[in-house]
Write a protein that binds this ligand. Structure first.
Ligand code: FES
Length: 65
């Protein structure tokens, strides 16, 4: 699904970059150009970053147990 219509960036692209180590909105913006036109996608992109980070923490906790 498209998150950023202006730059044609999908949630899959965002999730992939997050799983590869991008952890901040600024990094994502610099790499993909996200939210660099109208900016309407910024809020949803931040939600996806937080979701991926939260899932990673859950995975880390399950390995530690
Ligand atoms: S929708 Fe992302 S910059 Fe416009």
């Amino acid at each position: 699904m498209y998150v950023c219509i202006c730059r044609q960036i999908t949630d899959s692209q965002i999730r992939k970059r997050c799983s590869e180590g991008v952890s901040t909105f600024s990094e994502l913006r610099a790499e993909l150009g996200l939210a660099s036109d109208c900016g309407r996608c910024g809020h949803y992109a931040r939600e996806i970053i937080a979701e991926v980070a939260s899932a990673a923490k859950c995975r880390d906790m399950s390995y530690a147990a």
